[in-house]
Design a protein around this ligand. Structure first.
Ligand SMILES: [Cu+2]
Length: 217
């Protein structure tokens, strides 16, 4: 994690500082000093900022996320703000044991990577999610990647791709229960959703391959 943060910091933080300097940012003093400590790779300072402002951190994380998701925010700025929000939430979780802000930021970040939710039509009582063959621009993706279905419905993942995939829930941020064996090219796998809720999932092999299923009552 630390290694990744060091390599990201130059890129990520340039855009944060450019924004702050340009006066577009509503960052509070807490966030500013946290970013400053982050840039200096000062884990002790980051920890003490979070510790000293413990009660304010959940709101702080939320407002960084809200700012990141404002319409018109450039992708680079959005990604660096979301990264800072998640990082702050992680430090907070390590300090307090409270997972809620981290869970919230992970969910929001996950959702920025999805298409808008759709209510697809059933085919013989089953909702089909395809893993298509790679195109010139895309590979390893779910189509559709964000669906809303009714309780009791069955989803079939149809692997039309050339490689195998494993479909797995992310129970840390949503409901559990999706866990397929390796589904090879040409095969499919089904799961019946009995419990309403939000199901975030990924491919266990290609972890950037993500999807969400919202099960309504
Ligand atoms: Cu995969």
């Amino acid at each position: 994690m630390l290694r990744r943060f060091v390599s990201m910091s130059a890129v990520a933080l340039t855009s944060i500082f450019v924004m702050a300097g340009a006066g577009f940012s509503a960052e509070s003093e807490i966030t500013k000093s946290f970013i400053d400590a982050f840039e200096k790779n000062d884990a002790v300072k980051m920890g003490s900022i979070v510790k000293d402002n413990k009660d304010k951190i959940p709101v702080e994380v939320k407002s960084i996320i809200n700012e990141a998701l404002l319409p018109g925010t450039a992708k680079e700025d959005r990604d660096s703000k979301l990264y800072i929000a998640e990082y702050m939430a992680k430090v907070y979780k390590d300090m307090t044991g409270d997972f809620a802000p981290l869970k919230d930021s992970k969910k929001k970040i996950f959702e920025t990577k999805l298409s808008a939710a759709v209510r697809p039509a059933e085919t013989n009582g089953v909702y089909i999610i395809e893993t298509p063959k790679p195109t010139e621009t895309e590979q390893n993706f779910f189509k559709p990647d964000n669906i809303i279905i009714k309780k009791g419905a069955t989803v079939r993942w149809a692997n039309n791709d050339v490689s195998g995939h494993i479909f797995a829930s992310m129970p840390f941020i949503g409901e559990g229960g999706i866990f397929s064996p390796t589904v090879n090219s040409g095969e499919s796998w089904e799961h019946k959703f009995e419990k309403p809720g939000e199901y975030y999932y990924l491919c266990f092999i290609h972890q950037s391959m993500i999807g969400k299923i919202t099960v309504e009552e």
